[in-house]
Design a protein around this ligand. Structure first.
Ligand code: THU
Ligand code: ZN
Length: 155
């Protein structure tokens, strides 16, 4: 069973001081985490992003038992946003992304890994990243997480 028999943890107490929009984003990441497919690690991650035009897209990690091609929650949320976009409209620009993770029923701190940081930077280097740190929620920008970001046109 997807949750490996454990309860889906609630938001930490620090979420109550967030503005409504950010709490909603974290709640969407929490709901997404319940869908994670994690036969290898049981480490369940949900990510939800809000675009500058105020749409929310979410994703979860999907593990591959051979461990050759696991998809990360942040990647899944970005792919969902790209796939849903109107071709005639603006490119996807991320305003904020929230990550919610748990392992065997306990909340865990999960920040986007290096590869996810690089991918996210393409969709908004100033995007805010919200993640859980104990009872609290931390907020940083992608630029904080990934200085000296690789760019094809940086030459
Ligand atoms: N994971 C994510 O979904 N996002 C990250 O950026 C860090 C790691 C997942 C991948 C794997 O399924 C599990 O967390 C443990 O590494
Ligand atoms: Zn990652």
């Amino acid at each position: 069973m997807a949750l490996h028999g454990a309860e889906l943890p609630g938001l930490p107490s620090g979420a109550s001081r967030l503005r409504n929009q950010d709490r909603e984003l974290l709640e969407r990441a929490r709901a997404a985490s319940a869908k994670a497919l994690t036969p290898v690690s049981e480490f369940m991650v949900g990510a939800a992003l809000r675009t500058v035009d105020d749409r929310i897209y979410a994703g979860c990690n999907v593990e591959d038992e051979s461990q050759a091609s696991t998809t990360h929650a942040e990647q899944a949320a970005l792919v969902a946003a790209v796939f849903a976009r109107d071709l005639a409209g603006d490119p996807v620009q991320v305003e904020a992304l929230a990550v919610f993770a748990h392992h065997r029923g306990a909340l865990v701190t999960c920040t986007p890994c290096g590869a996810c940081r690089q991918l996210m930077s393409q969709f908004g280097p100033q995007a805010r990243v919200l993640f859980i740190d104990g009872d609290d929620i931390r907020e940083v920008t992608i630029a904080d997480l990934l200085p000296f970001t690789f760019r094809l046109d940086s030459a």
